[in-house]
Design a protein around this ligand. Structure first.
Ligand SMILES: CC(C)CC(=O)SCCNC(=O)CCNC(=O)[C@H](O)C(C)(C)COP(=O)(O)OP(=O)(O)OC[C@H]1O[C@@H](n2cnc3c(N)ncnc32)[C@H](O)[C@@H]1OP(=O)(O)O
Ligand SMILES: Nc1ncnc2c1ncn2[C@@H]1O[C@H](COP(=O)(O)OP(=O)(O)OP(=O)(O)O)[C@@H](O)[C@H]1O
Ligand SMILES: O=C(O)CCC(=O)C(=O)O
Ligand SMILES: [Fe+2]
Ligand SMILES: [Mg+2]
Length: 332
């Protein structure tokens, strides 16, 4: 049997939908045969190889080297710098400073910006979300109707010594009141070399097979950034993988994959640009009474202040930010 076929048998053992398989009994032994629909996390298409589909199925992420050109990255960087210099006003944009700077007396300069969120109204940055080579991969996970739901440019600052530049281990689905999870994917592109020194992504491969866990602020002595919730308990013995990447490399990952990033021990600001996509056919859920109730409440409070209104639902905050990037806006 080929190696791919061997690995397919491994995948079979991971899956919780045995009905997708044909069970055959030969010489008293149960053998599960692979059928195409048995891969639940991606669609069959011309882009992904079987190996790549299996790898996403097993690990919950797929790293594609050199997907975004250096010229495009340089343009995103220039757009970011224009925002830092306050040369442009972008409706809806959230500019975040690291908590260790935000809470200090000293007046920060532009470089103190640790993250931009919701740049859907900034055409140059939003171009990232419509890059055809990214959407081709995204479609493998979402299907043809694609919404860009959440946009970020992360400018991880040099750690001030309080370790606040870390991002605790979390599952992005915690923030999203829409489902199904398997039709959501994050694309995260390194804007420069990222490694353990400057705080690359750290993932727990296979953790997307689990369910959404309870999240809360970690009890970190040096403080934690607003809304940086972490998984309350994850298995400390689960193998961790540090995703070291070059400029333009892009990782696609599942919203249940447990991931975070370490502190930035260099003097540079480690940059990445990302977008969370969902199938436009996804539907909103009510998070009341679920593990997401705490973040839903926090988001509503921030949104009420930002838009100066007192009745925003968690769902509304997503519906106004979402943008169609391919196909038809059917639902979200
Ligand atoms: C999948 C994905 C969604 C995962 C994630 O991205 S998780 C992280 C998401 N985080 C966020 O969305 C946070 C977004 N940030 C914001 O909404 C804002 O930057 C705020 C934290 C509310 C600050 O708003 P801003 O307009 O800058 O307001 P001010 O400078 O006047 O500060 C207001 C009060 O907030 C404090 N603050 C500012 N930045 C941070 C921070 N990084 N962490 C914790 N607290 C912070 C600030 O010290 C001030 O506090 P008080 O003086 O009122 O006590
Ligand atoms: N003591 C801790 N408690 C909880 N989470 C942690 C702790 N240390 C690191 N993490 C989280 O684990 C992930 C990766 O951490 P990692 O160990 O790679 O980084 P680091 O501790 O900052 O640096 P180093 O590479 O020196 O260990 C990040 O999400 C980080 O926030
Ligand atoms: O440090 C990073 O770039 C990852 C941040 C992240 O996982 C998130 O904002 O959801
Ligand atoms: Fe994340
Ligand atoms: Mg560590």
């Amino acid at each position: 049997m080929s190696r791919a076929a061997d690995r397919l048998k491994v995948v079979v053992n991971h899956l919780d939908r045995p009905s997708s398989f044909v069970q055959a009994s030969t010489s008293g032994q149960n053998v599960a045969y692979y059928q195409p629909q048995a891969l639940r996390y991606s669609f069959d298409n011309d882009l992904l190889s079987t190996e790549q589909r299996i790898s996403y199925e097993e690990d919950g992420f797929l790293l594609i080297k050199g997907l975004v050109s250096g010229e495009d990255i340089d343009r995103f960087r220039a757009a970011f710098e224009r925002i830092c210099r306050r040369e442009v006003q972008v409706p809806g944009l959230v500019v975040m400073r690291d908590v260790s700077i935000a809470k200090s007396e000293f007046v920060p300069d532009q470089k103190a910006i640790s993250k931009l969120q919701d740049f859907q109204e900034e055409p140059e940055l939003f171009r990232y979300c419509s890059l055809p080579q990214i959407l081709n991969y995204v479609e493998c996970f979402t299907g043809p109707n694609i919404m860009a739901m959440h946009t970020m440019l992360i400018n991880k600052p040099p750690d001030t010594g309080n370790k606040t530049s870390r991002h605790p281990m979390h599952q992005d689905l915690h923030y999203f009141p829409f489902r199904p999870a398997d039709r959501i994917v994050c694309s995260w592109t390194a804007m420069e070399k990222v490694n353990r020194q400057n705080g690359c992504l750290v993932v727990l491969p296979g953790s997307h097979h689990g369910t959404l866990k309870e999240h809360d602020y970690p009890e970190w002595e040096g403080g934690v950034n607003k809304m940086y919730h972490g998984v309350r308990d994850h298995d400390p013995n689960h193998p961790r993988v540090h995703l070291e990447m070059e400029k333009g490399d892009t990782v696609f990952f599942h919203p249940l994959l447990i991931h975070g990033s370490g502190k930035n021990q260099t003097q540079g600001f480690r940059k990445a640009i990302s977008c969370h996509y969902a199938s436009a056919d996804c539907y909103y859920i009510d998070v009341r009474g679920t593990t997401q109730e705490n973040i839903g409440q926090e988001v509503k409070e921030i949104a009420a202040r930002k838009y100066a209104v007192d009745d925003v639902t968690f769902e509304d905050t997503w519906a106004v930010r979402g943008r169609l990037v391919q196909g038809e806006r059917t639902n979200l």
